[in-house]
Write a protein that binds this ligand. Structure first.
Ligand SMILES: Nc1nc2c(ncn2[C@@H]2O[C@H](COP(=O)(O)OP(=O)(O)O)[C@@H](O)[C@H]2O)c(=O)[nH]1
Ligand SMILES: [Mg+2]
Length: 416
C-alpha cells in the first residue's frame, strides 16, 4: 500500500496532482484546507491538502485487519472503495460506499470534500446532458427525418398543439427553403414565417355578405347538438341588425325541444327581429317567402346526431326546399378530431359550404381546427369565442388561428 499527501491552492489542482502521480486507481482518504502565512507572514493563503492511497484492495481481500490510521480516519472506507472497478477518482469519493465506511463518510462531509463531490457531480451532469441531447437528436431524426433539425422545436410545438404531423412537416419544410441560418436564431422572425405558412394552409370564407339586390340572402346553420348553433345564429343576427342596421328575419326548424324555440325567441325579441317556427320543408319555404322584405334570413336547425340517418335525411329535405345561399356547418373546437371528421362526413351529405368553429375559448388545442379546415377545403367563415351574444364572435382569419396555434392567448370577446 502506498500513501501520499498532496497540497495545492485549489481542489482541482490537488486532484490533478493525485491523478498524475498515483494514477486513476488512487483513493482519496482525507482532504482538508488550512491557511498558510505568505509574504513574510503578512498575507494568508488557503491550501488544499489531499491524502490519497493506492494498493488498498489487498487489504480488503485480507480481511478486517487493523490498519494504520491516516490523518483523521482509518482505512476501512478507502479499502471498501478501492475494491470496486476502476473509475475516475472523484467518483470513488461518492458517498454510496458510506454505509460500509462511517469514518470515510465523516471525511467526505468536510467542506473541501463536498466541493470535490460537487465538482464531480457537475462534470457528470454535463456529460449526461450532452448524451441526452444526442439521443433526442437521434430519435428526432429517426421519427421525422423530413423536419429540419434547427426547426425541430417549432415542429414539436405545432404537433403538441395537435397540428397533424404531415401538416407540421409541410409548414417547416416550406419555411426552411426560405430561411437563412441566422434567421433560425431569431424566434420572433421564425414564428412570423410559420404563421405565414399556416395562413396559406387555412382557407377562409369571409363574412356573410348579401350581393343580390332583390330578396333575402338566406343562410342556414347545421351541425351536431350542443355545438352552439342557436347562440351563433343569435350573434350573427344581432351583429347584422344592431351593428350593420340590416333587416334580419329568423326561422327555426328546431321544434323537437320547446326550450330550443324559447331560447331563439328570447334572442329574436331582444334583437327586434321576426321569428318563425316551422315544422315541415313546405312551411320552411313558405316562411322564407313571407320574409321577402328582409335582407338576411337566418335559419336555425335542430342538432342532429351525425349517426342518425333518418334525421339527417329530414334535414336534407329542409335544406333542399330552402335552397339557402349559404350553409354553414357549425363544429365545436372542444370535440376530438375523430368526432369532427365524422360530423363533416355525415353533414356533407346534407350540404356544407362553409365552416364555423365554436368555443375557441374552451379549446385546449387549436391545431385540430387547422387540420380539419385544410382537409375539407371549405372556408372558415367564423369562430366564436364565448357565450356572450353578440360580442363573442369573429370572422375566421388564418393569421389569428396561426397565432393561437403558436401559443398566443385564446381570444376573449372580439366582435365582428
Ligand atoms: N364557451 C363557449 N360556449 C359556447 C359558445 N357558443 C355557444 N356556447 C354554449 O354552448 C351551449 C350550447 O349552445 P347552443 O347554441 O344551444 O347549441 P346548439 O344545440 O348547437 O344550438 C350553450 O351553453 C352556449 O352558451 C362559445 O363560443 N364558447
Ligand atoms: Mg339550438
Amino acid at each position: 500500500m502506498q500513501l501520499r499527501t498532496f497540497s495545492a491552492a485549489t481542489m482541482a489542482e490537488a486532484l490533478q496532482q493525485v491523478k498524475a502521480e498515483m494514477g486513476t486507481e488512487a483513493v482519496i482518504l482525507h482532504t482538508r484546507t488550512y491557511q498558510r502565512r505568505a509574504w513574510l507572514g503578512l498575507r494568508r493563503q488557503e491550501v488544499v491538502e489531499i491524502t490519497a492511497g493506492r494498493g488498498l484492495a489487498t487489504l480488503a481481500r485480507g480481511g478486517r485487519r487493523s490498519t494504520p490510521a491516516t490523518h483523521g480516519g482509518d482505512l476501512r472506507g478507502g479499502t471498501a472503495l478501492a475494491t470496486r472497478p476502476a473509475q475516475p477518482m472523484v467518483r470513488r469519493a461518492l458517498p454510496d460506499a458510506a454505509p460500509q465506511a462511517p469514518a470515510h463518510q465523516r471525511l467526505l462531509e468536510t467542506p473541501v470534500a463536498t466541493t470535490a463531490f460537487m465538482a464531480g457531480l457537475s462534470q457528470e451532469m454535463t456529460c449526461l446532458k450532452s448524451m441526452v441531447s444526442d439521443l433526442v437528436k437521434q430519435a428526432r431524426a429517426q421519427k421525422s427525418p423530413q423536419v429540419p433539425e434547427e426547426l425541430f422545436d417549432y415542429y414539436l410545438q405545432l404537433v403538441q398543439n395537435q397540428v397533424a404531423e404531415e401538416l407540421a412537416t409541410e409548414v417547416l419544410k416550406a419555411l426552411q427553403a426560405n430561411l437563412r441560418p441566422d434567421h433560425c436564431r431569431n424566434a420572433d422572425y421564425v414564428r412570423e414565417k410559420i404563421a405565414d405558412q399556416i395562413e396559406k394552409l387555412l382557407p377562409v370564407a369571409g363574412p356573410i355578405l348579401r350581393t343580390k339586390k332583390v330578396g333575402p340572402h338566406v343562410v342556414a346553420l347545421i351541425g351536431p347538438t350542443g355545438v352552439g348553433k342557436t347562440t351563433t345564429l343569435a350573434k350573427l343576427a344581432a351583429n347584422l341588425k344592431l351593428r350593420e342596421n340590416r333587416k334580419v328575419g329568423l326561422i327555426t326548424i328546431d321544434t323537437y325541444r320547446i326550450a330550443a324555440v324559447d331560447q331563439l325567441r328570447r334572442y329574436a325579441d331582444i334583437i327586434g327581429a321576426p321569428l318563425r317556427v316551422v315544422g315541415t320543408p313546405d312551411e320552411l319555404r313558405g316562411a322564407i317567402d313571407a320574409m321577402g322584405d328582409c335582407e338576411y334570413v337566418l335559419i336555425d336547425t335542430a342538432g342532429r346526431s351525425p349517426t342518425d340517418t333518418i334525421k339527417l335525411n329530414e334535414l336534407k329535405n329542409f335544406i333542399t326546399m330552402a335552397a339557402p345561399d349559404e350553409v354553414h356547418l357549425v363544429l365545436s373546437t372542444t370535440a376530438s378530431q375523430a368526432c369532427i371528421e365524422s360530423a363533416i362526413a355525415r353533414f356533407s351529405e346534407v350540404r356544407v359550404d362553409k365552416i364555423i368553429f365554436t368555443k375557441l375559448d374552451e379549446a385546449v388545442h387549436v391545431g385540430v381546427l387547422l387540420n380539419v379546415v385544410h382537409k375539407v377545403g371549405k372556408g372558415l367563415s367564423y369562430v366564436t369565442t364565448g357565450q356572450d351574444v353578440p360580442d363573442d364572435i369573429e370572422v375566421g382569419q388564418g393569421r389569428r388561428i396561426a397565432q393561437l396555434i403558436l401559443g398566443a392567448k385564446a381570444p376573449a370577446g372580439v366582435s365582428l
